[in-house]
Design a protein. Structure first.
Length: 92
């Protein structure tokens, strides 16, 4: 049974991230132009520290809505996290 976006939002607000992800993974393929659903999934990936998946979803949002400020900033933050390193840790 495909749940709706509102149910995924409710789960997200209640910090039921795995359940929200399940709902969105069923919902999004049937509603590919719903950038808000993809954005919510990106937020979940981000919160779960799945940086690559978050970046992919932010990119999907930007394909649908190129000027989306949340997708732009989320992608930038996730890329910064992935690109962060401390040279001193690797070259003592």
């Amino acid at each position: 049974m495909i749940m709706n976006f509102k149910e995924a939002q409710r789960c997200f607000k209640n910090n039921e991230l795995s359940r929200a992800m399940e709902i969105l993974n069923e919902y999004i393929p049937e509603n590919t132009s719903d950038y808000q659903a993809v954005l919510l999934r990106a937020r979940i990936h981000y919160r779960m520290q799945n940086w690559g998946d978050a970046i992919n979803d932010y990119a999907l949002v930007l394909d649908i809505e190129p000027d989306n400020p949340e997708a732009k900033s989320g992608m930038e933050m996730a890329r910064n996290i992935l690109g962060y390193f401390t040279p001193d840790m690797f070259n003592p």
